[in-house]
Design a protein around this ligand. Structure first.
Ligand code: AMP
Length: 289
């Protein structure tokens, strides 16, 4: 496919941990495209937008330089490539959660970051690691490795590592434990400072935001006596505010309210104790708020 200069561009990972979730999120948001075998570009149906399938490491730079308008990438990589001032992080995408950590041998001599003065630390994210030790004024030698960072202490290459940790299982399997967490990360939508079509970028952002909100919220409907309405609103205040409708019984109202999915059972219990009846929970597939 030829890349028309006017077409906006969204860069997504062509491989790795964030690839599948990125594609699923775009699909749920109605950003549909068909990737031809080995093609690095696909046109999005119904939008003046092309999807670029690129290495995750390149995404911050592509967006910062304006070669792409939008990108989906881990926040850790935006930092590693020193692009925080050069791109805007316009939406947290709630997947790819992890944290950049310093880890050392479990129960070993290295207990704190300052114990690493004069010692070697293996990292693939060398810029983030060097910056961390510089800011902490600890003179550690950061050794660059490109993968399998967790094994470097056992191999004797380094006394500690700086790496991304999700559950901590890989660290444990390699006899390591976290001695300090540097920063949390998750997948983010990034946008360039000067984009081809700002309205289209905002439309893509709103679409993704709608899907994410729908994933986190659920719709609750219930009937309650007018006298208890104020207390019910305190339990479930809603995203903006609840929708209240009259019922045939002048003492009762019907309420529709969005609530955080994680708290739905607890909120239903509380509303029931207040005297609410006909409490129904329905999934929200997509929304714009
Ligand atoms: P990749 O190396 O291409 O598989 O993707 C790495 C990206 O996934 C990182 O930049 C992080 O944002 C995210 N991620 C989430 N959990 C982890 C983890 N345990 N290790 C490495 N990357 C992770």
């Amino acid at each position: 496919m030829q890349l028309d200069g006017k077409l906006s561009r969204l860069a997504i990972p062509s491989k790795g941990r964030l690839q599948e979730s990125s594609e699923q999120l775009l699909k749920a948001a109605g950003i549909k495209f068909r990737q031809r075998e080995r093609s690095l570009v696909a046109h999005v149906e119904g939008l003046d937008l092309a999807v670029l399938f690129v290495r995750p490491d390149d995404i911050p730079i592509l967006v910062a330089e304006g070669a792409a308008d939008l990108g989906i990438v881990g926040r850790d990589l935006v930092h590693e490539h020193a692009c925080e001032q050069r791109v805007q992080q316009v939406l947290d995408l709630d997947f790819g959660h992890c944290r950049t950590c310093v880890a050392a041998r479990t129960g070993g001599k290295i207990r704190k970051v300052k114990d690493l003065a004069g010692r070697k630390v293996a990292a693939s994210m060398v810029h983030s690691a060097r910056e961390f030790f510089r800011l902490r004024k600890v003179k550690a030698q950061v050794v660059e490795v490109s993968g399998s960072v967790e094994i470097m202490v056992a191999l004797g290459l380094a006394d500690a590592i700086v790496d991304l940790v999700e559950s901590g299982d890989t660290l444990r399997d390699n006899g390591l434990e976290i001695i300090e967490t540097i920063a949390p990360s998750q997948a983010v939508l990034i946008q360039g400072r000067r984009v081809r079509d700002p309205k289209l970028c905002e439309r893509v952002r709103r679409r993704l935001e709608g899907v994410l909100t729908a994933q986190q919220y659920t719709l609750l409907e219930y009937n309650i006596g007018r006298a208890a309405l104020k207390d019910a609103e305190k339990i479930a205040p809603g995203f903006d505010s609840p929708t209240i409708s009259d019922t045939e019984d002048p003492k009762m109202v019907a309420v529709k309210v969005m609530i955080p999915k994680k708290r739905s059972v607890e909120i239903m219990d509380k509303l029931e104790s207040l005297g609410a009846s006909a409490i129904l929970e329905t999934a929200i597939l997509n929304c714009r708020l």
